[in-house]
Ligand binder design. Sequence first.
Ligand SMILES: O=C(O)CCC(=O)C(=O)O
Ligand SMILES: [Fe+2]
Length: 357
Amino acid sequence: MTIPIIDLSPLWDSSSTGLSKVAQEFTYAFQEIGFAYIVNHRVPQSIINEVFCQHRRFHALPLEEKNKIRLNQWHRGYLPLASYQIKSESKSKGILVEDTKVIVKAPNQSESFIINHEHFEGPSDLKEEELYNRFIQGPNQWPHGMPDFREAVLSYYHELEKLALELTKIFFAASQTDFNRFAKHFERPSIGFRMLHYPPQPSPIPEGVFGSAPHCDYGFITILAQDDVGGLEVKTPNGEWISAPNMISSNGESAFLINLGDSASKWTNDCLRATPHRVINRSGRDRYSIVFFWDPQLDFPIDTRDLGTRWCPAEQKPNYEPQTYGQHLKKLLSRNYDELYKTIDGTSNKDDSKVKN
Ligand SMILES: O=C(O)CCC(=O)C(=O)O
Ligand SMILES: [Fe+2]
């Protein structure tokens, strides 16, 4: 089994036939394997090159410098090497695919710089502190004295916002549902943005030690860029792990890898796959990747019935009860990061009442 390549070119002629052609390829990719490369994505290569250059600069800083912006309770900032261990198990169609408790023996062998969307949700008369106390809302942190870093990261981030919106339209076309009915839920999306550095894992690599332990992403759509070191692996439906290296398309541009998160899969009643993936850095070299998690607003209701009958016929009961994206995300994030939040800030994000519904 190989990871399909979706050429986005037909999308840019703005015709509905272009969109439906791409949507067909998207449907095939996400019914079959749950990962795809996208080419002709229109993100300038110069912006990709620059963000990777700044990515390396940031992680080359002394630990003391990076620790000045340690991850805070808003889940923004620097996450040191081996500081958290994945605990959420991965399911597909309700069946356990990765039993994390059994498989994972050590924290993830990576360090990250993380920013998220910066807007704040809530009534306009709420005070800033109250907005910050809402789940996952808060200010980003930036390394001091590195304006070029910030500029490169934000240029890339804004390009990926545009691309993610196009991918969302493809998702809706694949679901035979009018995107315009849902567009408002993506006006202030929940975005997670993570620049990961994986030092070489010392050989022999013990079983259960991963750069990134097997997991499914939590949200809607993920867009991944990586260097040429390799190490990312994707689990096919028949249980085989296949490698998903960086791909340079025929026009010389880096392709992106895309995948769906749990919430998108649940929304399609498990018809489109959220696929487990992992990183093991066996290369002996440092690996750098950038992950862009694009999700709807936190108050977005995930309800299969809203997608008409494309994924769940009217007479069939959906596999999941409706819930908001915020409820879904909070459950998964707190499972994996709760201890970390406590150790850094003495606070816990366990209190569900802070999720905005
Ligand atoms: O670094 C990678 O290639 C994958 C990272 C990943 O899967 C994640 O952060 O969710
Ligand atoms: Fe992931």
